[in-house]
Design a protein around this ligand. Structure first.
Ligand SMILES: Cc1cc2nc3c(=O)[nH]c(=O)nc-3n(C[C@H](O)[C@H](O)[C@H](O)COP(=O)(O)O)c2cc1C
Length: 190
């Protein structure tokens, strides 16, 4: 088995992330990996918005306000939790897809390409020795959050990739794999 195959089979998301955040040089490399996602008609739908340092607290305030608007009965604890969400990693990469009208490439294909970019970005981070996890949740689809992040109406928020240095080893995690025979079959010959 090649080193790359082994890496792909055994990769894992990391939810517990600390400083240091990926360096500028690593960000450059993972950007290039993310932009190599399959992309019908070379539309390059993705852009990446980085939120780091104290700006995460500003984003936390946006999350808090959006939660209060969506759920006016939210408790103080729920609001505080929303405000702390972006602090779970030193760097957030907001994956944004710009959707265009195209005669051959429907919106779903542009979003799938952006999803591939998100995964390529995560794999790139893991390959560079960092950890990452892709998160969405209600706030990902909240128009006020999108507006605060500067998304135009033709852009979609694909997800938040939380990135940093894994704070614990995941060696003990059991990777569950559905049985191959339930997922991989040959179309019966006629
Ligand atoms: C589109 C998308 C959205 C996700 N949103 C969340 C989320 O909001 N919260 C969460 O805990 N995991 C979320 N996940 C799952 C994690 O990214 C991750 O895949 C999961 O924790 C399994 O870990 P693994 O990648 O090591 O198998 C999401 C995954 C995808 C593809």
């Amino acid at each position: 088995m090649s080193v790359v195959s082994d890496f792909l089979i055994n990769r894992q998301s990391h939810v517990n992330l600390d400083e240091p955040a990926p360096s500028e040089a690593v960000i450059q490399r993972i950007y290039h990996m993310a932009m190599r996602a399959p992309d019908h008609a070379q539309l390059k739908p993705c852009r990446f918005l980085l939120v780091e340092g104290e700006d995460r607290e500003r984003l936390g305030a946006v999350f808090r306000d959006a939660t209060l608007r969506a759920k006016p009965d939210a408790s103080d604890e729920q609001l505080e939790r929303a405000a702390r969400l972006p602090l779970r990693a030193p760097l957030l990469v907001v994956i944004v897809a710009r959707v265009v009208t195209h005669p051959k490439v429907p919106e779903v294909e542009q979003l799938m390409s952006a999803g591939c970019s998100a995964f390529a970005l995560i794999l790139g981070l893991e390959a560079e020795g960092y950890g990452a996890v892709w998160r969405t949740g209600e706030l990902c689809y909240d128009r006020d959050v999108m507006d605060a992040l500067g998304l135009s109406t033709d852009e979609r928020l694909v997800g938040f990739v939380y990135a940093g240095t894994p704070s614990e080893t995941l060696k003990s995690k059991t990777i569950t794999m559905p049985d191959i025979h339930s997922r991989v079959t040959y179309w019966p010959k006629v």
